[in-house]
Design a protein around this ligand. Structure first.
Ligand SMILES: [Zn+2]
Length: 404
């Protein structure tokens, strides 16, 4: 039993004074000191008197003046990527090297207060295996939800690591291969992208019939699906196929936003990805082709936010961490970017906690609440008032284990 004493708690339900008691990886009590003490005493009693347990001697940490928040959830990362300027050079890395990037990225994310991530594209079973390694305690890091390999058209965006498939039957088979390998979510490319040379950013890739086969393959097991989509045509194709989330959505128009709001399709904007490319540019070694596409996309992205906010599209936080200059240790900066695009700090917190948890299918995280996993971050400022509160966390707990 561990009690965080004297601070405030901040989640989407607001910010209030409360102590928090943690035991066996879970939050067992949240509230005023008397209520938390009662829970501590109750737990000690259950421990019995002839067995010496931790419960009998709760440890306490004084967090007065500080704020306990739920850990952040990033719905779009690439664990195998290291933020290098030219991703094309990563093809020369061995699978082992790519795995070491994943280990380092997981540690960096945890230290930044990120307690769950969704990997949306890796080589082979790298991210699926990382999920197991974290669960088994082999690696320190956030919980990992993984898609395995991306399902893409031949020659499509990300073809150096995607599973190329053409026609509904082959797309269905490619999707089922990921499920067989242990994927928790399926990811496909509905349009071209910024970081594949020659791919036109907004042009549709998988066809409506292929997208329908893709979501149909996921349906029997209720597996969520994600589509990389920049152009409005590809976004609409994906939404019509019943995709669970649209990734990037850079050129979203009013009609696409209304379709998404009506169907409850999540938008994962990944503002950090565009910023990483536009802010650093050609001088930093990013290929000119990618910089030009990102600059064009950045202007349209502002309009996408206006449409999404007008239509009330549900938003889940995602960064595309691993892309150029988009580091796992900087994941919390996405909340500040979302606020720049028009969300309130509480809306950004909602996107990065309860909404992302819902999208990832995690029902035991997202709030500081009794019975939830003790994925907690101790901050100097209130994230309901300041989206920048995540800089330099005082403490991070992953399933009750303190890692910072
Ligand atoms: Zn991505």
């Amino acid at each position: 039993m561990h009690v965080l004493r004297g601070g405030r708690v901040a989640d989407v339900d607001g910010t209030r004074a409360a102590d928090v008691a943690i035991a066996d990886g879970e939050v067992v009590a949240v509230g005023d000191p008397a209520a938390v003490d009662a829970a501590v005493v109750g737990d000690a009693a259950i421990g019995g008197d002839d067995v010496a347990t931790d419960a009998a001697e709760p440890t306490e940490t004084d967090v007065s003046g500080r704020v306990i928040a739920p850990g952040l959830i990033d719905a779009h990362v690439h664990l195998m990527m290291d933020g290098r300027p030219d991703v094309a050079t990563a093809t020369a890395d061995s699978d082992y090297t790519a795995s070491y990037h994943a280990a380092r990225n997981l540690r960096a994310a945890a230290e930044a207060g990120v307690t769950a991530v969704r990997d949306l594209g890796a080589r082979g079973t790298l991210a699926i295996d990382a999920s197991e390694a974290v669960a088994d305690g082999v690696l320190v890091g956030p919980r990992v939800v993984a898609c395995g390999r991306n399902v893409i058209m031949t020659g499509g965006h990300g073809n150096w690591f995607g599973r190329e498939a053409d026609g509904p039957a082959e797309v269905r088979k490619a999707a089922r291969e990921q499920l067989k390998a242990g994927a928790d979510v399926l990811k496909c490319m509905a349009t071209g992208g910024v970081l594949t040379e020659g791919a036109v950013t907004g042009a549709p890739e998988l066809t409506p019939a292929e997208l329908a086969a893709f979501t149909d393959a996921a349906a029997p097991t209720d597996t969520p699906t994600a589509a990389h989509a920049h152009g409005e045509g590809g976004i609409k194709n994906a939404v019509e196929a019943g995709i669970t989330s649209v990734e990037h959505g850079t050129f979203m128009d009013r009609e696409a936003a209304e379709m998404m709001a009506e169907r409850g399709t999540y938008w994962v904007p990944t503002a950090s990805a565009l910023h990483g490319i536009v802010e650093n540019g050609i001088d930093a070694g990013i290929p000119a082709d990618a910089v030009a596409k990102a600059e064009d996309a950045a202007e349209r992205f502002e309009e996408a936010w206006e449409h999404a906010l007008d239509a009330d599209v549900p938003i889940a936080m995602g960064t595309d961490a691993g892309t150029p200059f988009n580091y796992f240790g900087d994941i919390p900066a996405e909340l500040s970017l979302m606020v720049e695009y028009g969300l309130s700090p509480t809306d950004a917190l909602e996107a990065a906690t309860v909404n992302a948890a819902d999208l990832l299918g995690l029902d035991d995280v997202g709030r500081v609440a009794e019975g939830h996993r003790a994925d907690l971050v101790v901050l100097d400022a209130d994230p309901n008032a300041d989206a920048g509160a995540w800089r330099d966390p005082d403490a991070v707990f992953l399933g009750g284990e303190r890692v910072v």
